[in-house]
Design a protein around this ligand. Structure first.
Ligand code: ATP
Length: 243
């Protein structure tokens, strides 16, 4: 059974229809990427999955449970965390306090578990450990992205929805970020990754879907999508050679 099952979702804003009959699934232990041009509906789909935008029709199941249009706060508690596009960390709070806010949604048996989660985050992002007392608003863009992911991880999610995590990051940090995404999967976190950087996303992912104007137009294992001429031409910047 898939960890996440999205079934025939329609959604939109007022008279704008942003998603038409979207179905996809993410199995436990996978990284699945969703690529597509600006305005295709990628962010909208993540918002529907995490309960930030109600679906007009269709269903979303998490671990077999119908979670369609359930509020985001309730979903964090059952293991589904969303790191939105603009990071939304609390700039006036320290790195430490931001992480503690992430931990707030989970009931824990005690200090040891909290410490274990902190060790997990600091192990993945040593820069955050060094900057514990620093105000989050004074971190670099890359560090803020790491903090946003770290904060989501403090809720110990089984499924992490990442929206454009590499946006605006310098190439070196992009590489570091994708390394961490791969490592998270190796440590048991399932990931649905929305990315403009299709090349890096398809390199790290197990499978992918291509979304165009609110519809899934292609799907498959990441390696096959990477080799697909249509994907290469539209998303990997390769020009097709005439024979
Ligand atoms: P991008 O990569 O640019 O973020 P996207 O694939 O994530 O694009 P969405 O942000 O999901 O695309 O947008 C899908 C469609 O819905 C677009 O036509 C967009 O203009 C529209 N849309 C998104 N948010 C809103 C909103 N709050 N109100 C009205 N229309 C919206």
């Amino acid at each position: 059974m898939a960890l996440l099952e999205v079934e025939k979702i329609d959604a939109g804003y007022g008279h704008i229809v942003a998603l038409h009959g979207i179905s996809l699934q993410v199995d436990a232990g996978e990284i699945v990427t969703l690529i597509g041009p600006n305005g295709a509906g990628k962010t909208t789909l993540l918002r529907v999955i995490s309960g930030l935008l109600p679906a007009r029709s269709g269903r979303v199941y998490f671990d077999g449970r119908d979670i369609t249009s359930q509020p985001a706060e309730a979903l964090v508690g059952i293991g589904l965390s969303h790191v939105p596009e603009h990071r939304q960390i609390f700039g006036a709070l320290s790195v430490w306090d931001n992480l503690m806010l992430g931990a707030f949604t989970r009931r824990r048996s005690g200090k040891h578990e909290l410490q274990r989660d902190l060790d997990f985050v600091f192990d993945l992002f040593p820069r955050l450990a060094e900057r514990r007392p620093q105000l989050a608003g004074t971190l670099s863009g890359g560090e803020q992205q790491m903090l946003a992911i770290g904060r989501a991880l403090m809720a110990r999610p089984r499924l992490l929805l990442l929206d454009e995590p590499s946006l605006g990051l310098a190439p070196l940090l992009v590489r570091e970020l994708f390394r961490v995404i791969g490592e998270l999967r190796d440590r048991g976190v399932t990931i649905l990754l929305v990315e403009q950087n299709a090349r890096a996303a398809l390199r790290v992912a197990d499978r992918g879907y291509v979304l165009e104007t609110g519809m899934i137009v292609l799907s498959g294992v990441a390696r096959a999508l990477h080799a697909n001429p249509q994907v290469q031409q539209s998303y990997l910047g390769r020009v097709k050679r005439e024979a």
